[in-house]
Design a protein around this ligand. Structure first.
Ligand SMILES: [Zn+2]
Length: 673
């Protein structure tokens, strides 16, 4: 029995082909006209979006199967304490039980956040900086977020990092778009949400308060970097001392703010990602009415904890963040919500790894890991060959590119050791309190590491997450949960696997060579290792990628932002190319061993590689969520992750016999890597 009730790639391909040959009923475009419709058209026409999902597709289907598996394991973990064999699993059992105990949540009301609401109610101008620092310890961004991360110039050292955050609308541009209908709808929904939160706190929630709140956040939004600006690592690297911060604004008690966060009397060195935003915060701290700050802080605190609070607040959170922003009709089932709250969408929440531990005990296959490592070797080798052959790059830059590729560290499957969570105690009947405890504990842990070297073995995601990551420090991460059908199937042949998980591996490798990633060296430090002429040649090619994607209009009137999505698109273009060449290395090995790769369902390995590739990107998204994605997400919609890379790949045209002039054949293919 497979772990997940999903079709293996080979079966999925056979089905897609059946769709292609059922052309009599509905005209299906040819592979050379529209490869996405050719492979995914029938799936698209017959797939329904469940009311509690904003998107369905290969990732989402695997996530649902995964969530079901985790829920079963969680229920057993809570019911049978003997299964709680590690500190992480004990904490997970308590946290999950508290999330499922909706009666206790209703009974507690806002008691878990009451001390914070009381501090906000008693706020004075003098107390404000320290309160903002204390809220940052709970990971309530109000409005600057603070964290301990690695120093971009020296990835082995930790640094305090202050970033722009604390805006209620999904995008800073939503405050500034004026007559845009979508932004107006979001603002109206956010006002409703803020009103409910303020009323729940027993605080003023009249129209004047909401107007002032929106004006306050708009002033912050004006000072916030755009999502495109945030992609520039140099613009985001601004080291400050407390004296430097005073030069930014002499009137704000920067030291009091930082000390509240760090617990240190002296100011630690700080990297400010958005100095203009920090200055705006300092200005507002001195000049905005205290009543506006109080409304703002109540909303931020309750927004951050809403999903852990009673129904009235949680429903308001869903009406805004679920329905208005993402078009959802109904919330996720309770158990799935709780899993998401514990682990976070990308496995970055402090206790995420406990879910990974549970997942690995039920579902991890060391064989999958071994096979993935072989694919990674092939695809890395393919990338090395492509670097060697690049016509636009000089030898000195190639040498450093190869060194970076060789030094890239891969994390596959599960961490080498599980965390111990020393000092953390949770209460099985206090869900919101647990969230605050976990966040404060995490901040204290990270602050204790501030003066120590970065542990490069530490995971920043969790094995239960269906995703893959290019992480800081020149690392790539493939959690156990993505080493599953339809991405990876130990029973399938290489063609399908290289087209699916192989493409994902190629994509993550290429991220360290995309327009942002290329600015970091082999050690993961922000350092320019490029010959100037090579950097120019790169930028010219990247410009063509940006222009290509900016030409796509997935929703009438809303185009892909070619600059916001540039890194992802470069990684898609390069990733499928090196995965394909990695497959060729694997096929050559088979042929050398006297085994000719067979036709399957009448298709060559090359054809099946591209079919598998198109299969993993199929997706169906709610209109609200699609507009939200186009405006805020760095990933292009799935359809364009098929069409653009493959139409720029001569090997695709060759595999399907496409000719010049066909829609899937670019007149002048763009190839960077
Ligand atoms: Zn990516």
């Amino acid at each position: 029995m497979p772990l997940f009730p999903l079709r293996a790639p080979a079966a999925a391909l056979a089905l897609a082909l059946a769709g292609a040959s059922a052309a009599a009923a509905e005209p299906v475009p040819s592979a050379c006209t529209d490869f996405d419709a050719y492979v995914n058209g029938r799936w698209h026409a017959t797939t329904e979006l469940p009311a509690h999902r904003s998107r369905v597709g290969s990732f989402d289907t695997l996530r649902s199967g995964n969530a079901a598996l985790l829920e079963k394991a969680l229920a057993a973990l809570v019911a049978e304490p003997a299964r709680q064999t590690s500190p992480g699993l004990r904490l997970l059992a308590a946290y999950h039980a508290s999330g499922m105990d909706t009666a206790a949540i209703e009974q507690q009301g806002l008691a878990p956040v009451a001390p914070w609401l009381a501090r906000i109610a008693a706020l004075t101008r003098e107390e404000l900086p320290a309160l903002l620092g204390d809220l940052a310890r709970l990971q309530v961004a109000a409005p600057l977020s603070l964290s301990v991360g690695s120093d971009a110039l020296d990835a082995d050292r930790h640094a305090l990092i202050a970033s722009a955050a604390g805006l209620g609308l999904p995008d800073r541009d939503d405050y500034l778009r004026g007559d845009d209908e979508r932004s107006k709808t979001l603002i109206a929904a956010y006002r409703d949400y803020a009103r409910t939160l303020l009323e729940a706190a027993g605080a003023p929630a009249d129209a004047a308060t909401l107007d002032a709140l929106l004006a306050f956040e708009t002033e912050l939004a004006r000072a916030a970097p755009t999502r495109v600006q945030r992609r520039d690592p140099r613009a985001g690297y601004n080291p400050y001392t407390v004296e430097g911060l005073r030069a930014l604004d002499a009137g704000y008690a920067w030291q009091a703010w930082l000390s509240a966060y760090t617990g240190r009397a002296e100011g630690a060195p700080l990297i400010v990602a958005a100095p203009a935003f920090a200055a705006a915060t300092a200005r507002l701290a001195q000049h905005a009415p205290l009543a506006t700050w109080q409304a703002y802080l109540r909303v931020r605190l309750l927004d951050a904890t809403a999903e852990h609070l009673p129904r009235r607040v949680a429903q308001a959170h869903f009406a805004y963040r679920g329905t208005a922003v993402r078009g959802l009709r109904t919330p996720l089932p309770r158990a799935e919500q709780t899993v998401l709250a514990i682990g976070g969408a990308y496995g970055g929440a402090p206790l995420a790894e406990t879910l990974g531990e549970l997942y690995a005990a039920s579902a991890f296959s060391p064989q999958a890991q071994a096979r993935a490592e072989q694919m990674l070797d092939d695809i890395r080798q393919a990338m090395r060959q492509r670097i060697d052959a690049l016509p636009w790059m000089s030898e000195p830059t190639k040498q450093l590119a190869r060194a970076k590729l060789d030094a890239m560290r891969a994390k596959i499957g599960v961490p080498e050791r599980w965390r111990r969570y020393e000092g953390l105690v949770l209460d099985a009947a206090d869900y919101a309190g647990n969230l605050l405890r976990v966040n404060a504990w995490h901040t204290a842990q990270r602050l204790a590491q501030l003066d120590q070297p970065v542990d490069r073995g530490r995971w920043t995601t969790s094995p239960h997450i269906v995703n893959a990551f290019a992480a800081g420090g020149n690392q790539i991460v493939f959690p156990a949960a993505i080493l599953q059908p339809p991405f990876f199937d130990p029973a399938a042949d290489d063609a399908s696997n290289y087209g699916a998980i192989g493409m994902v591996i190629g994509h993550e490798i290429t991220h360290h060579f995309d327009d942002r990633g290329r600015q970091f060296d082999a050690s993961g430090n922000l350092r320019d290792w490029w010959q100037p002429a090579d950097a120019d040649a790169y930028r010219q090619r990247a410009e063509r990628v940006a222009a290509l994607y900016a030409g796509f209009e997935p929703v009438r009137g809303v185009r892909i932002d070619g600059r916001l999505t540039l890194g992802e698109n470069i990684s898609d273009l390069g990733g499928v190319q090196i995965a394909y060449e990695g497959l060729q290395l694997a096929l050559a090995r088979q042929r050398a061993a006297g085994r000719e790769p067979p036709l399957v369902d009448g298709m060559t390995p090359e054809q099946r590689f591209f079919m598998a590739n198109a299969t993993i990107w199929r997706s169906k998204t709610r209109p609200e969520a699609l507009v939200n994605q186009l405006r805020t997400d760095s990933h292009s919609p799935g359809r364009f992750r098929v069409l653009a890379p493959l139409s720029n790949m001569p090997a695709f045209a060759q595999a399907f016999g496409c000719r010049a002039g066909d829609a899937m054949v670019a007149a002048e293919p763009i190839q960077i890597w």
